[in-house]
Design a protein around this ligand. Structure first.
Ligand SMILES: Cc1ncc(C[n+]2csc(CCOP(=O)(O)OP(=O)(O)O)c2C)c(N)n1
Length: 591
């Protein structure tokens, strides 16, 4: 049989196919995604689920003049492949390759940059209103959003606004009843009822928001999708199409274990079997140190609560959910709600561990300031995936948190260097600090195998001397300090260098910092966060305010967005990898 996908570079090639060739194309596209992702890794299940929808959208609409806005964007692999990126798809998520998410600078078909969820309706509505103002009534504006993402506050805000406009907006709900973990909430229950035909049409929540609602339809049925999209093209004003799909469609194991196959790592393209990594004798992932430690603490304190906004597996909050189902809450993709919910619980004396990836904490900034810090509520935030995160790239780095937390009164900022310190800071916080605390730790594994030691309290604001020298002091915070330790092992002149680890970025013991700066000739600060406004900048400010007049070099993330690659490559770009630190130490000790 003639291979179709290899002849399609863009949607105009796709439009040359007859409708009855499209199921074959869907199979080829699915096989292509499976083949590449099985070797190169990446998000799998979500893209497999929207293969037919992707083909139908590009077949019916006149992209890129008509705009498709994919929510989150991890499901847009098929879209990328059909829009001039098939040949480079093997570079997905790699350094200098294509991004794992739609990105305006990458292609005119990527109409809006995504990565964080629930933005598509607002963005597409903005485009639709702009078209109207420009007098363009032909252009179609389409947001494709999942059932987990549509339950987020921002998506509701977009729907609420769209419903009082006559904007030419089509919202497509890709309903597969799963986010990364199972979708939760009353809206999900409602959508399931609609799917099962249990909900009377006159009570339709979307219709009551003034949308022209249609569906639910089978999102794997190409003829149905195409005829419905053709019809909707002619309907004026805000429209909503409810599409039912299966995450992982076409790869049996991925359909059966949708959580694991969200991003399965390398696997056998034919059978779907995941290539098992040898994980025996490896140090734990930080997320698991968090998850298991929380359960241990909760066993001895029935006031302890866990909250996660839609990341029970990724954050390992699932252990708390299994052990104490009544005291652990997955609130869906709702970071703002998670933070204020935690604040509410804290007012009632609960000890709340609210686990949010550092990058997603950005969503809840006002809640953090207004609901938590201003009232000095002792919520314990655990910021997972802090620092550079690798292949997810610029949308997902947790590099802004130190800077955006530094300026908020009352908040303690902690950055443990290893698993044991993370445990002990969690323990210390659970004992009561009378203030909010944010504990940041990175993606991936630590370096200590025997980490489950008895808890020890750690003094807030303490500074740890790891090495004492006479001339140059390195101040590090968090796990990036391990790069410093390795670099210091590799340089000679051992007596020259001091190394101080700051488990706390805030509060800083100013007296101690002044003393340390004063007894050295030079200071290097290093953090895996942005230099501007970060840890180093606080050290600079102490130095200048006190006229210490010492040279300080600040290492960290420069004032630019760091694109996808491995964490190691990203550290090299920022010059915070072990070798770059060695080069710097050698250079300044020779000066
Ligand atoms: C603000 C924000 N919080 C959390 C995430 C992490 N996240 C990525 S995908 C996803 C689930 C999305 O599920 P859904 O909207 O149903 O889309 P589908 O995967 O089914 O396409 C989550 C929680 C995110 N990208 N953005």
């Amino acid at each position: 049989m003639e291979h179709l996908l290899s002849k399609i570079n863009n949607p105009s090639d796709l439009k040359k196919l007859s409708a009855n060739q499209l199921p074959q194309l869907a199979k080829e596209l699915r096989d292509f995604i499976i083949d590449v992702v099985s070797k190169k890794e990446g998000h799998l299940g979500a893209s497999l689920g929207v293969v037919e929808l992707t083909i139908a959208l590009h077949y019916v609409f006149n992209t890129p003049d008509d705009v498709l806005v994919w929510d989150v964007g991890h499901q847009a692999y098929g879209h990328k492949i059909l829009t001039e990126r098939r040949a480079v798809f093997h570079t997905n998520r790699a350094l200098n390759g294509i991004s794992g998410f739609p990105k305006i600078s990458e292609s005119s078909y990527d109409t809006f940059g995504v990565g964080h969820s629930s933005t598509s309706i607002s963005a597409a509505l903005g485009m639709a209103l702009a078209s109207q103002l420009k007098g363009d009534f032909e252009k179609q504006h389409i947001a494709i959003i999942g059932d987990a993402s549509i339950a987020s506050g921002m998506a509701f805000e977009g729907l609420n606004h769209a419903g009082v406009t006559d904007a030419n907006l089509l919202v497509i709900l890709n309903d597969n009843a799963i986010g990364i973990d199972l979708s939760i909430g009353a809206l999900k229950n409602y959508l399931t009822a609609v799917k099962e035909g249990k909900n009377p049409k006159q009570n339709n929540i979307i219709k009551s928001l003034n949308f022209d609602y249609s569906g639910p339809i089978d999102g794997h049925d190409l003829p149905k999708l195409i005829s419905e999209l053709e019809r909707l093209k002619l309907v004026k004003g805000p429209k909503f199409l409810h599409v039912i799909t299966t995450k992982g469609k076409g790869l049996q194991l991925a359909e059966e274990d949708q959580v694991k196959y969200h991003a399965p790592g390398k696997f056998d393209a034919k059978t779907g079997e995941i290539h098992l990594k040898n994980e025996v004798d490896l140090p734990p992932k930080f997320q698991d140190v968090f998850g298991h430690t929380l359960v241990e603490l909760a066993q001895n304190n029935d006031k302890i609560i866990g909250i996660t906004p839609a990341m029970p597996t990724g954050s390992s909050m699932k252990y708390m959910m299994e052990a104490f189902p009544k005291r652990a809450f997955d609130v869906g993709i709702a970071e703002q709600h998670a933070v204020t919910l935690a604040a509410g619980m804290a007012t009632q004396g609960m000890v709340v561990f609210c686990n949010i990836y550092a990058t997603f904490m950005q969503r809840a900034y006002d809640q953090l300031i207004h609901d938590v810090a201003l009232q000095n509520l002792p919520v314990i935030f655990c910021l997972d995936r802090a620092g550079l995160v690798g292949e997810d790239g610029a949308t997902h780095h947790g590099v802004f948190d130190i800077a955006f937390l530094n300026c908020i009164p009352n908040v303690i900022i902690a950055a443990p260097k290893d698993e044991i310190e993370l445990r002990n800071i969690m323990f210390t916080a659970s004992e009561g600090l009378n203030k909010p605390i944010a504990i940041r730790y990175p993606r991936g594994r630590g370096e200590i195998i025997n980490w489950q030691l008895p808890f020890e309290k750690i003094e807030i604001g303490t500074i740890k001397e790891l090495q004492k020298g006479s001339k140059i002091a390195v101040f590090s915070t968090g796990t990036i300090g391990n790069n410093v330790t390795k670099a210091l092992h590799a340089v000679e002149n051992v007596g020259v260098f001091s190394h101080y680890h700051f488990p706390f970025i805030k509060p800083l013991d100013e007296k101690a910092v002044i003393e340390l700066i004063s007894v050295h000739n030079q200071v290097i600060t290093i953090e895996d966060g942005v230099v501007k406004g970060g840890f180093g900048s606080q050290i600079n400010s102490i130095s200048t305010t006190n006229n210490l007049n010492k040279r300080i070099i600040n290492l960290g993330i420069p004032d630019e967005f760091i694109e996808q690659g491995t964490v190691f490559e990203q550290q090299q770009i920022c010059k915070i990898d072990v070798d770059s630190i060695i080069q710097l130490l050698k250079k300044i000790s020779d000066d």
